[in-house]
Design a protein around this ligand. Structure first.
Ligand SMILES: Nc1ncnc2c1ncn2[C@@H]1O[C@H](COP(=O)(O)OP(=O)(O)OP(=O)(O)O)[C@@H](O)[C@H]1O
Ligand code: SF4
Ligand SMILES: [Mg+2]
Length: 385
């Protein structure tokens, strides 16, 4: 029986995907990768349940942070939403249209509207192509501009993302990691998309450069009215940029809430553990906070635990609950439902843990975005712009 509610008669959504103003609504999204065996005749013997019934909505102009440890299905969710992969099941409404079942040839306008920025700015750029060719590719595919027009547009984009336009003919290896990520960003915004899935765009970068790239993404968001899904491993990275945050574990969303709500009143035991790793600026408070370490390995997505997929590692299950309650965790899949206004939690026994909440956003530092010559990186052999 659902305990979802709409508190105070407010217009808080009833379900994670119930948001008529959303640019993107994802409902019960599932992506299983089949495991096959056999030499002549291949039989499916199982499946990697990479994404298993994920629901969320992203409003125009907002940033949804997607957080969780390695292998929980963040990139797969991003790739399915951008239709680089087809979903196994579920609905993806983009701008009111269900794009889940669109075939490749029906995707032309979508290829303009939805873009992706990848974690590794090196392997996502073709090393044999110049920056001019890479960033200009979307225009050439669209055939909307002359060669001269493409060059002018690419140079203006390079300038906008903080690269020297005179480096139009250089190759990816001539740039630092941060600069390469700027190239990826220029390519992604070339056709003025509505939605960009940023898949760990700063994880591979030096910490000081991370802040510059995040700031650049924020500036571009307000300038072009972009909507982001921002993927990250931990809650520290998305804290500054995300308006709302979805916490994933083993292919499922465990908690989804507005940023300030999540960081001040986290409810899911898995969120508690991730939150306890977020440093707080006040050393006294930091000293008092409990660090919740999860025991045991991440279960395989080929054979996830029954009931609540987190129960094999849940500290509450291990140390607090009665045997009757544990039996419920083992046998009944908790539904992601509203436990407070706009705060969705997939747990039978949610609990606010203000003691491990990380409090106010300390902000992000690291210099101005988009400033030519603002970036340096040791050991990359990069050309300083
Ligand atoms: N093409 C594929 N074929 C089979 N399994 C895959 C494929 N792509 C991903 N997986 C599996 O799906 C699960 C989710 O992978 P995914 O890359 O989405 O996780 P992630 O949260 O992005 O992890 P990371 O933080 O390491 O990037 C993993 O178990 C992964 O091994
Ligand atoms: S449902 Fe049970 S096992 Fe799952 S997170 Fe909640 S308390 Fe832990
Ligand atoms: Mg990933």
């Amino acid at each position: 029986m659902s305990t979802a509610f709409r508190p105070d008669g407010a217009d808080a959504p009833l379900t994670p995907a119930d948001d008529t103003d959303a640019l993107l609504r994802v409902n019960n999204l599932t992506k299983y990768f089949p495991i096959k065996q056999g030499i002549l005749i291949q039989r499916q013997i199982g499946a990697v349940k990479a994404v298993d019934g994920v629901s969320f909505a992203v409003r125009a102009g907002e940033t949804l942070g997607l957080v969780g440890e390695s292998g929980c299905g963040k990139s797969t969710t991003g790739r399915v939403v951008t239709k680089l992969l087809d979903p196994t099941a579920g609905e993806i409404y983009f701008d009111g249209q269900d794009i889940a079942k669109l075939k490749r040839h029906q995707m032309r306008s979508l290829r303009t509207d939805i873009q992706m920025i990848f974690q590794d700015p090196y392997s996502s750029l073709n090393p044999r192509h110049t920056i001019g060719t890479i960033v200009g590719a979307p225009f050439r595919i669209q055939k909307t501009k002359t060669d001269k027009g493409v060059k002018a547009e690419v140079q203006s984009l390079m300038e906008r993302v903080g690269l020297n336009p005179e480096h139009y003919n250089r190759y990816p290896h001539e740039f630092s990691g941060g600069q390469r990520q700027r190239i990826g960003i220029a390519r992604a915004i070339a056709l003025r998309p509505k939605l960009i899935v940023c898949d760990e765009p700063v994880s591979a970068l030096d910490v000081s450069i991370q802040a510059q790239v995040v700031n650049l993404l924020e500036d571009l968001q307000s300038e072009f009215g972009l909507t982001y899904i921002f993927v990250a491993h931990d809650l520290s990275v998305v804290r500054h940029i995300a308006d709302r945050v979805a916490v994933m574990y083993l292919g499922k969303v465990m908690e989804l809430a507005p940023r300030d709500t999540l960081y001040s009143t986290p409810m899911h035991p898995y969120t508690h553990s991730l939150m306890s790793a977020v440093p707080v600026p006040d050393p006294k408070k930091e000293g008092r906070r409990e660090r919740i370490l999860l025991i045991g390995d991440l279960p395989s997505p080929i054979n996830p635990p029954p009931g609540c997929v987190f129960h094999t590692r849940c500290p509450k299950y291990r140390a607090v609950l009665s045997e009757t309650d544990r039996e419920r965790c083992r046998s009944e899949v908790p539904v992601l439902e509203a436990k407070a206004p706009s705060q969705f939690v997939a747990c039978h026994f949610p609990e606010v843990r203000a003691d491990i909440a990380s409090g106010e956003d300390a902000g992000i530092s690291g210099g101005e975005s988009g400033t030519v010559g603002s970036e340096s990186e040791a050991g990359t052999g990069a050309t300083a712009l």
